[in-house]
Design a binder for this molecule. Structure first.
Ligand SMILES: C[S@@+](CC[C@H](N)C(=O)[O-])C[C@H]1O[C@@H](n2cnc3c(N)ncnc32)[C@H](O)[C@@H]1O
Length: 296
């Protein structure tokens, strides 16, 4: 699987853009479900992360901010990426630390912090195995990064690491996603189609994204085939990368069971970043699990 996730220079780099937009559906390689390496964002995917900014539509920051009030103290942002959430928390004076597997995402996070004359400890690490020798009042996994832990063993390891890094009574906040739009499309997959184009205000460079997908309903796996093109200001392709991302969705019941198995106590569930129980048709769900005051 690790090899599959490596950048692949695409042989049809010279194809005209209109042809790239409607490539026939390529077989998305099945691969193993176990990730040898974390899915660390890299290359154009990392470079363009803030430019594309797909997650801001969820308006999740205010929701997390309110949840933090119930457990004041230090926060660990797991899979912090370029600091989409971490920076805002830091600006509000929250003592927050970040961890991510991607040096490229962390570098951007560092640059953004320093541009705002802020400081935060940032660790390069894997959310399945990290050991920081510190404890936190809250551990936050925003941006649906938990879906990247496709194997149950990966998720179990992550929950166990989180438990060990929480103070008694501390909270673990996990955002998760049910890919309803794909599941209810009536299709089992689709070839690459144009998804978005974004431009950097500073350099006028552009990134164009294409996406194909396939779904394994039994395995609860959504495989995304992403193509990123970096364009110059005249629209010429400078670089292109293809990456495959495997996302595993799990029902709320399964997630709760995994939390319980990891010795978490009270678990709360919220839908669509609102302080309400998730509706039956909810897509984004946040689970908040408490480490019991006394060890069970
Ligand atoms: C969807 S992005 C979310 C970034 C950020 N939390 C946000 O909300 O914008 C997923 C992030 O998780 C990181 N990541 C993926 N697998 C990881 C792992 N096993 N351990 C640590 N970070 C991981 C990626 O490098 C990427 O920065």
């Amino acid at each position: 699987m690790g090899d599959l996730l490596e950048h692949r220079k695409n042989p049809d780099l010279a194809l005209p853009v209109w042809l790239n937009m409607y490539l026939p559906q390529g077989a998305i390689e099945a691969g193993s479900r176990k990730l040898d390496h974390p899915y660390a964002y890299s290359g154009i995917e990392a470079w363009s992360y803030d430019l594309v900014d797909e997650l801001s539509q969820f308006e999740d920051f205010g929701f997390y901010r309110l949840l933090l009030e119930s457990s004041p103290g230090r926060v660990l942002d797991l899979g912090c990426g370029t600091g989409r959430i971490l920076l805002g928390l830091k600006e509000q004076g929250i003592d927050v630390v970040g961890l991510d597997a991607s040096p490229e995402m962390l570098r951007q996070c560092r640059e953004k912090l320093s541009a705002k004359e802020l400081e935060a400890e940032l660790f390069e690490g894997d959310m399945r195995t990290f050991d920081l020798g510190q404890t936190f009042a809250t551990i936050l996994i925003p941006g649906f990064s938990i879906l990247l832990l496709a194997e149950d063993d990966d998720l179990k390891s992550c929950l166990q690491r989180c438990y060990q890094h929480l103070i008694p009574g501390g909270q673990l906040i996990v955002s998760t996603y049910f890919p309803r739009e794909f599941l209810e499309s009536g299709k089992e997959g689709e070839g690459l189609v144009f998804r978005s184009e974004s431009e950097s205000a500073e350099t006028e460079e552009r990134v164009r994204a294409f996406q194909g997908w396939s779904i394994d309903r039994d395995g609860q796996l959504l495989k995304l085939q992403n193509r990123f093109q970096r364009l110059d200001h005249r629209g010429g392709i400078i670089d292109q990368e293809d990456r495959e991302m495997t996302l595993r969705w799990r029902s709320t019941e399964i997630m709760e069971k995994l939390f319980e198995d990891a010795c978490f106590g009270e678990i709360s569930c919220y839908g669509e970043f609102d302080f309400a129980e998730p509706r039956a048709d909810a897509e984004s769900i946040v689970l908040v699990a408490l480490r019991p005051e006394s060890h069970p």
